[in-house]
Design a binder for this molecule. Structure first.
Ligand code: ADP
Length: 924
């Protein structure tokens, strides 16, 4: 390179001039060329022996190099794009060889900074210092190339667009039949025909027109020759035989004389649009039909509240025809209050739309509208805004319907609701509602009353805390089941605490109404059943008692049967044996004694039964009289000494008398006292195996006497102590069967003592013995009152009576009893006059004087002995009359006394007793 530089030292165009312009001075030439080359916008390079030897400023600029040293000495081919290098190299050598300029070509240069530019290159061979060289003129054509490329792209795009559009462009010759001279390729895609189909046959297009549209279309098309533009719509048969709708616009271009010279046509397939239009028309007519036949009123109103459509149904709703209704403004058709609400709603919708917000979902408004007859009707209206393309409201479309009936039903429901509320609030049953956590949501007024709370207190109450802990698990379990099965309606009874702290029984029915609109809770209906529960408890106890008494009755009957049959068995058996002629007199005495003893037992039972029935019926009365308690006790002692001696001689018997003999007189019923002591002592003897019996009385402070009978017997358990004073009840224990008894003794004692104004109790321990105590009032008699015998005062026993000459009237309806009396008295020598009825008695009235005594049976078939006694008394007041009665009770004596009897003897009559009694009147 250096060598080359040395060989080509000058880069001035003056060397070039030397060869061409020999007549000019070198300096002038050089200067002229230098200025030209340095200021030309084209790049100049001189290439000699394969290297650049000169380059002008425009050349440096083109290559993007500032210093010429970066270029000089290099081969120009270095800057040529490798793809173009071969061709450029060939052209240079051709030009050098022929000496003629190389034709201008376009090639690519790669600049030192790596960019590729397009250049236009012209090469002119020259001689430089006698050496062949090449002067190269280079022009940057990159920008031109870019524009060309873009243009090309643009053209491609255009044709693509044209072909992509569903549009056909065409040209017709603006003459005659307007034959098609050009038509875009798109025609094939849209119609299935090729452009040549149209161009080759001037009638091709016309022949494919729909027969209905043909004439009109051709006529209109031809008018374009006069009117410049024409717009057509017609059906055209496509290659596949289908009819397509096309919109066709044709423009004719005229010259300055107005003659048509050119045309441009545009063909659009509008089949889809046409179909939509038809559909739209169909649906519009459908909706119009709907609107016209709908019961609801459909309306369209502009934002200025003027109606553009009101469906005919308005007439039915408001009495105005659709035309009349359309003339009205919104303010005119409804009451001011409703209008205000409607207006507010429309304003709100408009505001939301103005702000670009989504309008609220349409909610019907209840509006009261005027009818033509001046009345009003309740309606429900809904309005939906209809917007234009810019989002402005162009109209409101609405529907209005009659809701008068619905409102009426609702009113009725409200009234019904009020009625039901009234019912709930005044019903005897209470209603509460709780949530799923068991908190009170509602309580009806009866609920407050039932539990004593005020309404404001109820809210803070917890049902769980007020439910009885024993019942809470059941209540919670019911609630649990109710949650899983809402169809259940369980009823349970449980205790709930009253504000006073008292537990009240309630019966509750639970209903799960959590999902019921308007309720949403668990509803509990309940009523206070405390009283019912009490009644039930009492009823159950009464039933138990009844069952118990039933059981006892059966036990009693079985026992009674045993108690009666046992002595009866002996009586009947030994009586029969007495009839045996072969028995000895000792046997006879023995049998008779057995019969007598067993009869006594039987009598005891019968007396007890009679006594208890008299107590039960309230017929037993106490007959108070002064009596000497010590004497009474002594008599009892003597009686029981004998009994113990007979039955249990190993037992001891002792007596305790608290009062001194001088002042032991009290006022009481001696018969009752004797009976009670006897019963208690009988039991003491019966239930004591060993040890002894102690009885008597003590004085108590509160002017009562406490009588007692104490034994060392088998004792009575605590449990049995509770029942032994009840009728027919006997202690229940193993081995009770071995002790005979009716279970009546103690209940007679209790009843009798109560009649005396006292009470009876027992203190006992099984195996240790018992002590029975009874109290009686300690009343002392007023002075002067005589002490009467407390019953069977033992008389000196006489075995022989002589009443010869005495006349005794025997009144007795039973023949056997009469015979018995006759046997008794026959031995006394008295004269006996039997009378079997009242009639016979009355027959003796005329001769009453001769009689010394009457033995009167109080029950006769034709009258009572009391009446006859009274009659006799009137006639002969001092005649002794002894009543004989089967009623062996103490009160019978009183009755006898009232009737005027002198004395009375109870059946079965004991011979000695009767004779002793009569003796009182005959032997004094
Ligand atoms: P009963 O005819 O059975 O003796 P009571 O009415 O006199 O009837 O007595 C009821 C029951 O009381 C008796 O069956 C007996 O079990 C018990 N009882 C009464 N007195 C005594 C006593 N002194 N010792 C033990 N048990 C007695």
């Amino acid at each position: 390179m250096d060598k080359t530089d040395e060989q080509c030292p000058g880069n001035s165009p003056a060397t070039f001039r030397e060869r061409k312009q020999t007549n000019e001075t070198n300096t002038e030439m050089e200067e002229r060329f230098r200025v030209l080359v340095e200021n030309t916008p084209d790049a100049f390079i001189i290439h000699c022996e394969g290297r650049i030897v000169n380059i002008n400023p425009a050349g440096l600029k083109l290559l993007g190099i500032k210093d010429p040293a970066g270029v000089l000495g290099k081969s120009a081919l270095e800057f040529v794009h490798p793809g173009d290098r071969a061709e450029v190299s060939q052209r240079i050598s051709d030009a050098m060889r022929t000496g003629s300029p190389a034709p201008t070509i376009e090639e690519r240069f790669i600049l030192p900074d790596g960019t590729t530019i397009f250049v236009q290159v012209t090469g002119i061979p020259i001689l430089l210092h006698d050496k062949p060289a090449m002067q190269v003129i280079i022009r940057d054509i990159s920008e031109q190339k870019r524009i060309e490329k873009e243009l090309l792209l643009h053209q491609k795009e255009q044709s693509l667009i044209i072909n992509a559009l569903p549009v056909i462009f065409y040209k017709v010759a603006p003459i005659g039949l307007l034959p098609t001279v050009w038509i875009s390729d798109q025609v094939y895609q849209l119609t299935g025909y090729t452009p040549s189909d149209f161009i080759s046959d001037p009638l091709f297009w016309e022949n494919k027109l729909h027969p209905e549209d043909k004439e009109k279309t051709v006529r209109k098309l031809n008018s374009v020759l006069f009117s410049d533009t024409v717009s057509l719509e017609y059906r055209f048969m496509c290659a596949d035989g289908t009819w397509h709708w096309f919109e066709d616009r044709l423009v004719v271009v005229r010259d300055q004389h107005g003659n048509p010279v050119d045309s441009a046509g545009l063909w659009l397939d509008i089949t889809n649009r046409k179909k939509t239009e038809v559909d739209l028309m169909e649906s519009e007519s459908k909706y119009r039909l709907l609107a016209e036949y709908s019961h609801d009123v459909i309306w369209i109103m502009n934002p200025e509240q003027r109606f553009s459509f009101v469906s005919p149904s308005v007439e039915k709703l408001r009495g105005f025809t659709a035309c009349e209704a359309m003339q009205q403004t919104m303010a005119e058709i409804m009451t001011p209050e409703s209008y205000q609400r409607a207006l507010d709603r429309l304003k709100r919708i408009s505001e939301q739309i103005r702000l670009g917000e989504k309008p609220d979902d349409p909610v019907p408004l209840e509006l009261e509208q005027y009818r033509k007859d001046g009345s009003t009707i309740w309606t429900e209206s809904i309005a939906i805004p209809h917007l234009d393309g810019s989002g402005n409201i162009i109209q409101f479309i609405g529907v209005t319907r009659d809701i008068s009936e619905r409102r009426q039903v609702r009113q009725e429901l409200i009234h019904a609701g009020m009625r039901f509320r009234g019912l709930i609030e005044h019903a005897p049953d209470a209603v509460v509602m709780v949530d799923t956590l068991g908190k009170f949501l509602y309580a009806s007024p009866p609920a407050f009353k039932m539990f004593g709370y005020r309404e404001d207190e109820f809210d803070s109450l917890s049902p769980d805390a007020l439910t009885h802990p024993d019942d809470l698990p059941e209540v919670l379990s019911v609630l649990q089941k109710l949650m899983t099965d809402p169809s259940m309606v369980p009823t349970i009874q449980y205790r709930f605490r009253h504000k006073s702290g008292e537990w009240r029984w309630i019966e509750s029915t639970f209903s799960n109404l959590l999902d019921v609109e308007g309720i949403g809770g668990i509803v509990i209906n309940f009523r206070d059943i405390t009283q019912r529960k009490q009644d039930e408890t009492e009823l159950i106890s009464a039933r138990n008692k009844a069952e118990e008494s039933d059981r006892l009755k059966s036990a009693f009957l079985a026992n009674m049967s045993h108690e009666i049959r046992t002595p009866m068995n002996a009586i009947v058996g030994f009586s029969e044996m007495l009839t045996d002629p072969d028995i000895s007199s000792e046997e006879k005495i023995k049998y008779t004694q057995i019969i007598k003893n067993r009869s006594g037992d039987l009598m005891h039972i019968i007396n007890d039964l009679l006594e208890i029935s008299r107590l039960e019926s309230g017929m037993m009365k106490a007959i108070h009289a002064p009596l000497d308690l010590n004497i009474l006790l002594d008599e009892i002692y003597m009686e029981f000494s004998r009994k113990i001696q007979d039955k249990k001689p190993h037992l001891s018997l002792s007596i305790e008398k608290a009062l001194p003999t001088t002042s032991a007189v009290i006022v009481s019923d001696g018969h009752i006292l004797r009976q009670v002591y006897s019963n208690l002592l009988d039991n003491a003897v019966k239930y004591t195996i060993q040890g002894g019996i102690h009885f008597g009385y003590t004085l108590t402070e509160n002017s009562f006497i406490t009588c007692f009978v104490k034994d060392t017997g088998i004792g009575i358990s605590e449990e049995n102590q509770q029942i032994i004073f009840q009728h027919f009840r006997r202690a229940e224990f193993e081995g009770q069967q071995q002790y005979s008894g009716t279970g009546l003794g103690l209940s007679i004692c209790k009843g009798s003592i109560e009649i005396l104004g006292g009470s009876i109790s027992v203190e006992s321990e099984p195996g240790q013995g018992s002590i029975f105590r009874f109290t009686i009032p300690c009343k002392t008699p007023p002075n002067g009152l005589q002490v009467v015998s407390a019953g069977r005062k033992p008389q000196p026993v006489k075995t022989h009576y002589n009443w010869t000459g005495k006349n005794i009237l025997l009144v007795e309806d039973e023949e056997a009893n009469m015979d018995f009396l006759k046997i008794i008295f026959n031995k006394t020598g008295a004269n006996l006059f039997p009378a079997f009825n009242a009639g016979m008695v009355r027959d003796f009235y005329t001769t009453l004087d001769k009689f010394d005594l009457v033995l009167m049976d109080v029950r006769l078939p034709d009258a009572s002995g009391w009446d006859l006694t009274a009659e006799i008394r009137l006639k002969k007041p001092d005649l002794p009359i002894i009543a004989q009665t089967a009623y062996a009770m103490a009160s019978d004596r009183q009755r006898c006394e009232e009737a005027g009897c002198s004395d009375f003897i109870s059946k079965p009559i004991r011979k000695e007793l009767l004779l002793q009694m009569v003796s009182k009147y005959f032997d004094l």
